[in-house]
Design a protein around this ligand. Structure first.
Ligand SMILES: Cc1cc2nc3c(=O)[nH]c(=O)nc-3n(C[C@H](O)[C@H](O)[C@H](O)COP(=O)(O)O)c2cc1C
Length: 197
């Protein structure tokens, strides 16, 4: 058994490295578009119905930018207590879980697991192509950042004709396990998708 160990170690090292290197560069977000702000505010609403149609990279880039992008001078699109920027944003899709890297405007795969079953305590989640997972280690400020971020995303969705719902009802222990973090650090989720046409 002993002589097989280095081989196992090698295979493990390769597979985890391959995962760490999987990155999708996103197109630049269009920061000039959208409907007028007051109209977006008026239209924002929770809609619990999602077609399985995929979210294209341009739209994903803009959703992530609205939530947690870097807009100017190293500042985020949402305010954070003492500018700590203590939040990590993940995008759960059918092909796994990805972390948003705002500086690189990319997503990096952190897990191959389709976490739909951990998110889908409500049936409508099963068909949706995207759920954002907001996390952070500061018990006071991270949830406030997440709330600002999901509001920005709600406004973006209103502007783009996407449906969305903020959701606290999911399997927090399992999501924390997949992300390799403490349960308390998983703040909230937001499920997003196109309406049925
Ligand atoms: C912190 C938070 C947690 C929520 N959790 C859920 C949830 O688990 N499931 C759900 O269907 N809706 C959830 N919602 C959506 C609310 O039910 C919804 O925002 C509320 O009914 C008001 O509707 P509106 O967003 O259209 O104004 C949540 C909203 C917030 C802000």
């Amino acid at each position: 058994m002993k002589k097989f160990l280095p081989l196992f170690a090698l295979v493990f090292a390769f597979s985890s490295e391959a995962l760490a290197l999987e990155e999708i560069k996103l197109p630049a977000p269009d920061t000039k578009g959208g409907i007028p702000l007051m109209e977006a505010i008026s239209r924002r609403q929770t809609v619990r119905e999602f077609s399985p149609k995929a979210i294209d990279d341009q739209t994903l880039s803009e959703i992530l930018y609205a939530a947690w992008g870097i807009s100017h001078d190293g500042k985020r699109t949402v305010p954070t207590g003492r500018d700590m920027q203590n939040m990590r944003l993940f995008a759960a899709r059918k092909d796994g879980v990805w972390e948003y890297d705002a500086a690189a405007n990319s997503i990096k795969k952190v897990s191959d697991i389709d976490v739909t079953s951990y998110l889908a305590k409500q049936d409508f989640v099963e068909t949706s192509p995207l759920t954002l997972i907001y996390t952070g280690t500061d018990s006071q400020y991270s949830p406030m950042a997440a709330a600002s971020a999901y509001q920005n995303v709600g406004l973006y969705c209103a502007s783009r004709g996407l449906n969305n719902v903020v959701r606290g009802y999911f399997d927090r222990p399992m999501i924390a396990k997949v992300l390799g973090m403490e349960e308390d650090d998983v703040i909230i989720t937001q499920t997003i998708g196109w309406p049925y046409m």
